[in-house]
Ligand binder design. Structure first.
Ligand code: 4NP
Length: 171
């Protein structure tokens, strides 16, 4: 799963995946980039996001998601794109948000090695019992706040899982 840049520094390539790639997965990407910077780990992980529905391809994240994220200090600058089978070669971990994402990823994975890279975002949550990150697109402000709570928890948990000795902040 990991690529070693030298004897002691594992490097991971992580892809977050949702349906539209304008709410949940770009928020996960933005939160993870923020945490990596905060913890001095930017050279240890490559992060990207993608979606199954191409209708928003090329767009910045949903303005509601950007506004809620900005209030917590996250700048979301990703431009939406569709996931492809080639992403299973480029990434070590391919992380879906809900049952439909996981089903679609299993269908897209070209072989067993690719399937083994599929994970569910909430498996990394430490503080929330939720088994998926709900689609906020047709929700109100509470839906977007819940998504950010879950993603912050899961991103921190994922970093703890991958870099157990690096959970302290840099400064
Ligand atoms: P996301 O949310 O999967 O978290 O990006 C959605 C965004 C757009 C749509 C559905 C979900 N849509 O149907 O356009």
């Amino acid at each position: 799963m990991e690529k070693h840049t030298n004897d002691t520094a594992p490097h991971y390539r992580v892809l977050f995946v949702c349906l539209g790639n304008i709410c949940r997965s770009p928020a996960a990407e933005g939160i993870m980039r923020h945490l990596l910077r905060e913890r001095g780990l930017t050279d240890r992980m490559e992060v990207d996001s993608a979606g199954f529905y191409g209708g928003h391809a090329g767009s910045l994240p949903d303005p509601r998601m950007r506004a809620h994220a900005a209030r917590r200090g996250y700048l979301l600058e990703h431009h939406a794109r569709c996931i492809g089978a080639g992403d299973f070669e480029r990434f070590d971990l391919v992380i879906g948000m809900d049952d439909a994402n996981i089903d679609d990823l299993r269908e897209l994975a070209p072989d067993l090695a690719a399937s083994s890279k599929i994970h569910r975002m909430t498996e990394y949550c430490r503080n929330y019992p939720h088994d998926h990150v709900p689609d906020p697109y047709y929700s109100g402000a509470d839906g977007f706040e819940l998504v950010l709570n879950l993603l912050e928890d899961a991103c921190a948990g994922l970093l703890e899982t991958l870099f157990p000795d690096s959970s302290c902040t840099k400064d």
